[in-house]
Design a protein around this ligand. Structure first.
Ligand code: UD1
Length: 382
């Protein structure tokens, strides 16, 4: 039998799992050519942030679990590096695939860069999915993770045109850059039927278009008391404006562990929970979350991926950040960058409630074929 190529995919945190699932499916279709090993670093370990996603996305159990867990950035990154170095030495992969911009991504990229690859002339080849995105804000841990990971990658798989431009400006060899689209959207389209049959609306007693979905977890927003207090005040005002227009409208907030912990420690949790018409719920699984997003009136978020999913679903998205990296969601899609600007958020809320908000177009590469393109490129080049 011909020599199969060994590929390791590494995931660690919630936003990685839906990017991996369609790649894993494509690699499985080509199992005569590839052996695929899934490594979970354990950065996210709660059922609600991790295993429920494996189940929802139909991913097989990870082959290797590193159990790195939480800690400071240095503690978490180094724990992942120590665990992953052993895996790479043992498994000797022909390619390692990393996803997005989380600490697991940079940790495993660094490990690959410092170990010899199988061909004997360089390090372990690395493929980065969701390469090239830049917020130009180095105070975000994700931005540092992106820049370092891209600089170490052999295959840079980019989701949108601006990513290619950013990489070229940084001097990246054009031959390494592949504009392929967004594997997150592949997942969403693949699971459309399951999403349509989720019971989450019934469970939470919600009606389509009668609720605002909110997610918030960025350190800049939740680790700083002033900003978190401002966010609570924004939610109060948005809730009041919405209820004035239609008393049935509520706000649903699946609360991230970081946000819960910080709101408690700043003494803001009661104030948050006392906002009339606001429901805090546990973090939702993939299928339920996308169903909530699909049927929401609009979403307020500081997440990266949700900006893309909202654009694809044509759901208005108010992004509570002051920097951005997903240009197409703003230029073509339904996204507006609002920072914590209360006036702007209330103005946009009114536009949405009055049906005057921009409708948005779906970017060309959100066509559910990104993973197919990626695996074809890997097959040709490896
Ligand atoms: C991480 C990513 C962020 C991503 C987010 C999605 C980095 C630098 N950040 O942020 O880009 O948008 O995931 O959720 O990688 N915790 C739990 N249970 C868990 C995991 C974490 O309670 O399963 C707690 C930790 O104890 C910690 C906090 O949540 O206090 C933050 O976890 P961490 O993985 O450091 O970063 P996130 O904020 O989740």
């Amino acid at each position: 039998m011909k020599n199969k190529k060994k590929i390791i995919s590494v995931v660690g945190a919630r936003p990685n799992f839906m990017k991996l699932a369609p790649i894993a499916r494509e690699l499985k279709k080509k199992s005569s050519k590839f052996t695929h090993i899934i490594v979970h670093t354990g950065q996210h370990y709660d059922h609600k942030l991790s295993s429920v996603f494996f189940k929802d996305l139909g991913l097989p159990e990870p082959d290797i679990y590193l159990g790195a867990g939480s800690g400071s950035h240095a503690e978490q990154t180094s724990a992942i590096m120590i665990g992953f170095e052993k895996v790479v030495k043992e498994e000797k992969p022909d390619l390692v695939i990393v996803f997005g911009d989380v600490n697991s991504t940079i940790a495993c990229a660094l490990v690959c860069a410092k170990l010899p690859g199988n061909c004997g002339t360089g390090p372990v080849p690395l493929a980065h999915i969701e390469s090239g995105l830049r917020s130009f804000d180095n105070s975000m841990p994700e931005e540092v993770n992106r820049i370092v990971t891209d600089s170490l990658s052999e295959f840079l798989f980019v989701t949108e045109r601006s990513g290619v431009d950013n990489l070229i400006k940084e001097g990246t060899n054009k031959k390494k850059i592949f504009l392929v689209g967004d594997t997150m959207i592949d997942s969403l389209v693949y699971h459309k039927k399951k999403i349509a049959s989720s019971y989450i609306l019934k469970k939470l007693k919600l009606k389509p278009n009668k609720f605002i979905l909110v997610t918030i977890h960025r350190p800049v927003n939740v680790d700083n008391r002033k900003n978190l207090a401002r966010i609570v005040s924004i939610f109060k005002k948005v809730s009041a404006a919405a209820v004035k227009k239609d008393s049935e409208i509520s706000i649903v907030l699946p609360i991230h562990p970081r946000t819960l912990k910080m709101a408690e420690s700043f003494g803001l949790l009661d104030e948050l929970r006392q906002i009339p018409n606001l429901k805090t719920i546990d973090p939702a699984g993939y299928i339920d979350f996308i169903r909530l997003l699909r049927d929401s009136l609009f979403v307020m978020t500081d997440s990266g991926g949700i900006q893309e999913e909202a654009t694809f679903l044509k759901i208005p998205c108010l992004t509570l950040r002051d920097s951005f990296e997903r240009n197409e969601t703003l230029e073509l899609g339904t996204n507006t960058l609002c920072n914590l600007n209360e006036k702007l958020i209330l103005r946009k809320t009114t536009e949405i409630l009055e049906g005057k908000y921009k409708k948005g177009k779906i970017p060309r590469l959100m066509d559910a074929k990104a993973s197919q393109r990626i695996v074809n490129i890997i097959k040709t080049c490896l």
